[in-house]
Design a protein around this ligand. Structure first.
Ligand SMILES: *Cc1c(COP(=O)(O)O)cnc(C)c1O
Length: 494
């Protein structure tokens, strides 16, 4: 029997994993959730003998049951290969009292690669299985990291095309160069004269425009989304939490049965939700520590049981966490309500109508796995500096938010459980913020100037992703207005 996926807003929606991956979002606006959370099929001790790919299979097969073993193993083999600069894929580094789970060894040096390097393969496999002959067109709006990771994942994958819209003045110099130098022949990158919300709204409108979809359907195309709410992104992210635990076990850092804590720098709530699923699969995780930057909507939620997005949007040095609507939280709301689609739907409607909602006492009781902490800009910079001074290890700004949140957790609880911190980006991606945190004298230098300095200071090699863009040709020069987005898409799909 296949594991069936329902909508968080409607129990009558019933699809296989493959169909859920192809669709991304349910028609009713809900997210796909498995009807039950599966358990690991083998003991953690047995899993400790497996490498990343073998382990990925053991975890993912429990969620994606409609793929054959060969199909799923092929997807995994195509994703987690030499694109990663270490065969470990997600290595652990111990520094300053915690294990940093480095999720940035893929092509674009941020954790989005962990899921976006496999999503294209899951999608084309699902399409083939479901007799879909159309070419799949990924349409994405990005505020920075997702765009390049999606481009890298889908570049030259047969049967797919990808179009990325980014706010032309709203991404970092490294992020922009990463995108506009993309070489894939099936890729199209467009700067938009507007902000991220403008890009996002325009793209969402295209997804729900029946006439537009029909028109491109006649040309043999169908749209799909690489957004972080796609279960094809969520499931691969569970793997590295199981991997972290089994590595600690294999290296005798912990003993069988020991618990660990996990700290995750959080934006859209996808990464930490994957850790929650790993816990439900049987990984002994004691606490899931949700770390926020100054946009601390989730910290307030865990403290008060009230989600309230009506607040100022703050631009921070950890831009990938600058988010006021954490889309994946809907799945947690669904689970803590006892898988109640009616209740979930009502909360989400309140959120979109009033900008806030308050969960019930009973739901709050189901949140005891979580602890919320946050770090402001000063604390984030101080964490980068102190960890560097104490250990020589250099972390990026997002990871530093998590590191600082963990320090606060330790102070509040004195909990000495071994702790894994999800390290979500290479410091090279945010070189200026990182170097300025270490020493204010770097304040007036630009990102590219500081890369060599960072390499020398941290004694780390400059990643290929950075070298690549330093001398690469600009391939994508299209810029458009917000209202031109639909016609740009249409022109690309001739
Ligand atoms: C996307 C991102 C995050 C936030 O992850 P979510 O799954 O959205 O919570 C954190 N750090 C970095 C570097 C990211 O790119």
């Amino acid at each position: 029997m296949d594991l069936i996926y329902n909508s968080t807003r409607d129990e009558n929606v019933k699809v296989t994993a493959g169909k859920a991956i192809l669709k991304g979002l349910c028609d009713d606006g809900g997210l796909f959730v498995p009807e039950r959370l599966p358990k690991l099929g083998k003991s953690l001790r047995e899993l400790a003998d497996l490498d990343y790919r073998e382990l990925a299979y053991e975890v993912m097969k429990e969620f994606i049951t409609d793929f054959t073993e060969e199909e799923l193993r092929n997807c995994i083999a195509n994703a987690y290969d030499e694109k990663f600069d270490t065969p470990e894929i997600a290595p652990l580094t111990y520094a300053g009292g915690a294990y940093y789970l480095e999720l940035f060894h893929g092509k674009t040096i941020a954790f989005k690669d962990m899921a976006l390097s496999i999503l294209p393969h899951l999608m084309i496999t699902a399409a083939r299985k479901n007799d879909i002959r159309d070419e799949i067109v990924i349409l994405t709006a990005t505020s920075g990291d997702t765009g390049k990771a999606a481009l890298a994942g889908f570049a030259d994958v047969e049967g797919t095309r990808i179009i990325v819209f980014y706010p032309k003045d709203g991404v970092s110099p490294v992020q922009k160069l990463q995108m506009v130098t993309e070489k894939g022949a099936n890729t199209f990158v467009v700067g938009v004269d507007g902000n991220f919300d403008d890009c996002q709204s325009a793209v969402k409108k295209i997804f729900t425009d029946d006439e537009f979809n029909k028109k491109i359907g006649e040309r043999g195309f169908r749209f799909s989304s690489a957004n972080s709410i796609n279960i094809g992104r969520l499931v691969p992210q569970i793997v590295y939490y199981v991997y972290a635990y089994t590595r600690l076990l294999a290296n005798q850092e912990i003993s069988e049965g020991d618990s660990i804590n996990v700290v995750v720098p959080t934006g859209n709530f996808g990464n930490i939700l994957a850790a929650y699923y790993a816990k439900n699969m049987g990984v002994p995780i004691k606490r899931l520590i949700c770390a926020s930057n100054e946009n601390k909507v989730l910290f307030d939620f865990f403290r008060d049981g009230v989600y309230d997005r009506r607040r100022e949007f703050i631009l921070t040095s950890s831009p990938s966490m600058d988010i006021l609507i954490s889309s994946n939280l809907e799945r947690l709301i669904y689970h803590i309500s006892g898988n109640d689609p009616k209740a979930t739907k009502a909360f989400m409607e309140k959120l979109s109508e009033n900008g806030n909602y308050e969960i019930t006492e009973a739901m709050r009781k189901n949140l005891s796995d979580f602890a919320g902490f946050f770090a402001d800009e000063k604390e984030t910079a101080a964490k980068i500096r102190s960890l560097y001074e104490d250990t020589g290890y250099i972390i990026d700004t997002h990871t530093a938010v998590a590191g600082s949140a963990y320090d606060k957790y330790l102070k509040a609880t004195a909990d000495t459980t071994a702790t894994v911190i999800a390290s979500t980006a290479s410091p090279f991606k945010f070189a200026k913020s990182v170097m300025t945190a270490i020493d204010d004298k770097y304040r007036d230098r630009d990102d590219f100037e500081l890369i060599d300095e960072l390499s020398a200071k941290g004694n780390i090699e400059i990643p290929e992703a950075i070298n690549e863009i330093r001398n690469a040709d600009i391939k994508h020069k299209t810029v458009c207005r917000v209202d031109e987005i639909p016609s740009v898409v249409e022109a690309f799909l001739k």
